[in-house]
Structures are given as C-alpha cells and as structure tokens.
Design a protein around this ligand. Structure first.
Ligand SMILES: [Zn+2]
Length: 519
C-alpha cells in the first residue's frame, strides 16, 4: 500500500477522533452549563385530602414530593393552573378558605384563576386572594374599576435563576363571565390579544423564556400558543391528562385533585437566556408517598368536618353513575334513584331532576356510601316542592328538557325522571321531539292533573329554562318538604340499593353530535 495513502488515512482517522471527542466535550459542556428551572404543576384541585377512597391525590403527599424535588433543585416553582375554591363538599361550608390554607401550608408559588374561582362571587374570591401567601397571576381578568387584574392578581411575574430570566403570566377562560358569577365589574379579555401584549412586554425586558399558566380549553390554549409565541403552556380545566403542542409550545395538563404532579424541567442556556430543551414527566400521587408531617395541622383543623363527611349513609351494590355528561344526555341509575326519592318522599305522581344539578362527575361505589358521597352528588341542598301540573305542562317540561339534546353536548336541563317513561327524537325541531310519553304506564293526558315533585330551582325559579312550572298550584311548599339530599338519604334506607337504567328515557335518533374538529 502506498505509504502516503496510509498517512492520509491515519490523519483522517485522527481528525475524526478529535472531532468526535470535541463534540462529546461540547455536548457535556452544554448540559453541564444549562440552568435547570423545574416547574411543578397541578390543576383543578378541589380536595386537600386524598381522593378515590384514599388511593390518589392528597396535598400532604404532594408536599412530600415537592420538598424532595426542591431539595434536588432549588430553582423550582410550584404552579396551580386554576380551579380550587369550588366546587367541593368542604366548600359548601368554607367557601374555599380550606384550600387556601392547604396551599399556604404546602408552599405554592403561583396560581391562576379557574372559572370556578368565581362561583361564590367576586367578593369571596377577593377575600381568598387576600388570604393567599402565594401570588395569583391573571393578565386577562380585569377589574373594570381599576383597569388592573382582579383581586390584586398580577399580570405577570419575572423570576431570575442563575442569570437567566423566566416570565410567567396567567390567562383565564372568557366564558367564566357567563358560567360562573364574576359580577359586572370583572371583564375577561381576549386570551390571544392579552397574551401577545404580555409576551412582547416580557421580551422587551429581556425575558426569553415565557410560560403561560392558563385555565382554558385546549382549543384556546392552542390559539394562545400559536398567536403569542410562548415557550410553554401549563394548563388545566379538562380534568384529563393531556400533552399537546401548538406554535412552539408544548401544552401540559394534569387530571384533577392532584392525582398527579407534573414535573417540567426547563434547560435554559445561560449564554443566550433561551430555552434549550424541556423534560417532562408525570409523577403519580398515591399511597406509596407518605403525607408530610407539616400537613397534619390542616387535618387537625378540619377534623370535625372530615369525620362528619366520612359518616356512612347507606350502601350500593352497583356503581352510581353521577357523571356529568351522562346525567345531561341520558337516563342514569343515579338520576333514577334521585328522581324516585323525590317522588316517594312526597307521594307525587312524578319526580323530576335536571341532570345539570347531579354533580360529583364520577362513578360512586359499589360499596359503602358516605355523607361526602351524597353531598358530592347533590351539593346545593336544594329545597323540594310538590306542585300540581296539567299533562300539557308536563309535556312542555319534557319537551324543554330535550330541546338542547342535539344542539348542546351537555345540556344542564336534561330531565332525570321518576313515574314517567318517554322517547324522543333529537333530529326533530326543538319543541316537537317527544314521540311517546307515559305517566306510570298510561299515555300522558294533556288535560289531566298530575302531581310533580322537583327542586325549587326548577319549579319556582324557572332554573335551566323550566319556566312552564311558574304559577302552578303548590301542594307541599318548600318549608314543609325535605331538601334534596335528605330525601335521597331517607331513600337509601338500611338495605343496599341497586338502581338500574330501565328504559325510562329512550333516544330514538342514533346520530350523535360528533363535534366539529376545529381544535
Ligand atoms: Zn375549569
């Protein structure tokens, strides 16, 4: 072989080895030198105690996890992406104060408002914010009187770690204006326009890593990601574990009630201040993690309430379907049991409950039922009232109950019934959807009088659009009728229940709304 060629080959090999060594070194250098900022994420947390009969969640366990992560990386921020002060069984009594105490105890850094933060009205929320030892950030929730974010929240914050800056701002669902009770002085500005403004301000301050802490639908999160050029969205609201991407931003959401702790490591270049890479992982929060001892004070303070809620009230041999979507779209065994208990408690011909008032949004049981289970299904403590209605009015009520079944994916007015069997076709026009209606086995007679028991929300206040009952003669007034939850507790009795879906409500059209794919 030509010695010259050997020399060239050797030189080339040496060069390759040198370049490889250099690249390895450079890569090491890069990972060694990046500033790691760790974000810890929860969202939609309504309970400080573990959920799922103790299996998951629990902020005492979260504290154990966050303490060890903060020890590992002091550059850690703990974020809550909205929805905490309502709804819950505890909040019936404490209006969310118990959650603020829990967050203060476990050292939350930043929260944004969720739609449910406004459920008790703006004054209660302002009070909760004033009790918070952490900061609320909400750039698009503006108090019209001051032009500033509502309740003393900040539009954004900038934090510096090892010479790099991280900016965080909050954005909240505009539909909160109508789905909750923010009052007339609170305005929800466009998420996209607000995000654009804030991001450009942050960039102006030399911040190159911008994080949106949001409580939006995924569709809106994607819009914000596309239009504002944020680097990351930490979101909530869906109660589903989601990982999406739009624009240049990954979007992360945990389920709810701290069943998981999201961990996002931002690897930021100290030279440019820019985000180099992201690592993400979902840490399950379950009984393998012990509760932090610091959290015991919260349990002591709320011990009486927790003991009261843990009291057994009955047993069920089947899972009770208290899921929101099911109760707003079709007959459920929980809806049947509730409507039956209304009817029986007042000896009425018909019992009726709007599906939107059946809460909990979960399957409960089979097994022992506690006071907490019951109040989670019926948290409003609605008064019942027995009225007399004509068959025509009952027909109008049922027509109304299915009048949004094709138009709305979860119409709150959908009726759960007792003493009534009906079928409907949602492809027909609203107001002409009932195909067949029977009351206790006999065809509905428009001229006949029937007695009906429902909540005062439906019968007297015209709630969920049930205005047809107004002015009906009252047979048992609310002050002599039980409240909803007491009627159900009485119906539970001493033997295990096993309510079924038994064909009281039949939907004849099978074409279900698929939903436009405009995400
Ligand atoms: Zn929400």
């Amino acid at each position: 072989m030509n010695p010259h060629l050997i020399f060239v080959r050797r030189t080339a090999l040496a060069l390759v080895l040198f370049i490889a060594a250099f690249l390895t070194l450079a890569a090491q250098e890069k990972t060694q030198c990046n500033v790691k900022v760790t974000l810890l994420q929860v969202n939609d947390v309504y309970q400080f105690a573990p959920v799922d009969r103790g299996k998951s969640g629990g902020l005492g366990r979260v504290l154990t996890l966050t303490k060890s992560i903060k020890q590992e990386n002091p550059n850690t921020l703990f974020l809550m992406a909205g929805d905490t002060i309502s709804p819950s069984v505890e909040s019936i009594t404490y209006k969310g104060a118990q959650m603020i105490e829990a967050w203060n105890t476990i050292g939350l850094d930043y929260a944004t408002y969720g739609n449910h933060e406004f459920d008790f009205g703006p004054d209660v929320l302002a009070q909760r914010v004033s009790e918070s030892k952490f900061n609320w950030i909400a750039a698009n929730v503006i108090d019209k009187r001051t032009g500033q974010p509502f309740g003393g929240a900040k539009r954004y914050v900038v934090r510096e770690f090892g010479g790099v800056k991280v900016g965080l701002f909050g954005i909240v669902l505009p539909e909160t204006k109508i789905t909750s009770r923010p009052g007339e002085n609170v305005e929800f500005r466009s998420p996209c326009d607000t995000a654009k403004e804030v991001v450009s301000e942050l960039h102006g301050q030399g911040v190159k890593v911008v994080i949106a802490l949001t409580h939006l639908s995924m569709r809106e999160d994607k819009e914000v990601a596309r239009c504002a050029g944020v680097n990351l969205i930490v979101g909530g609201h869906e109660h589903t574990l989601l990982e999406s991407h739009a624009g240049m931003a990954p979007i992360f959401k945990m389920t709810s009630d701290a069943r998981e702790l999201g961990r996002i490591d931002l690897n930021i270049s100290p030279d440019t201040g820019e985000l180099d890479s992201i690592d993400w992982k979902v840490i399950p929060v379950d009984s393998t993690t012990k509760e932090a001892p610091e959290f015991a004070a919260i349990y002591r303070k709320y011990a009486n309430l927790l003991a009261e809620l843990a009291k057994p009230v009955g047993r069920t041999r089947v899972a009770l379907d208290a899921r929101s979507k099911e109760n707003r779209t079709r007959e459920t065994n929980a809806g049947n049991f509730i409507a039956d208990s209304f009817r029986k408690a007042t000896a009425a011909d018909v019992g009726l409950m709007n599906g939107g008032s059946v809460r909990a949004d979960s399957l409960i049981g089979p097994g022992r039922l506690t006071q907490r289970d019951l109040l989670s299904i019926l948290p409003f403590k609605n008064k019942l009232v027995k009225i007399e209605v004509t068959g025509a009015t009952l027909r109008a009520a049922l027509e109304h109950g299915v009048s949004r079944s094709a138009e709305d994916s979860e119409p709150g007015g959908f009726p759960q019934v007792s003493g009534v069997q009906f079928s409907f076709d949602a492809t027909r026009k609203p107001g002409a959807r009932l195909v067949d209606v029977k009351v206790n086995g006999l065809p509905l007679d428009d001229a006949k009088k029937y007695t009906l028991t429902t909540t005062t929300f439906i019968a007297l206040d015209g709630g969920d659009g049930y205005s047809m009952f107004k002015g009906s003669p009252v047979i048992i007034p609310p002050d002599r009728a039980p409240i909803d939850v007491d009627a159900v507790r009485k119906a539970l009795g001493t033997r295990a229940i096993a309510p079924k879906v038994e064909g009281r409500i039949k939907r004849l059209d099978t074409a279900q709304k698929s939903g436009a794919n405009c995400k």
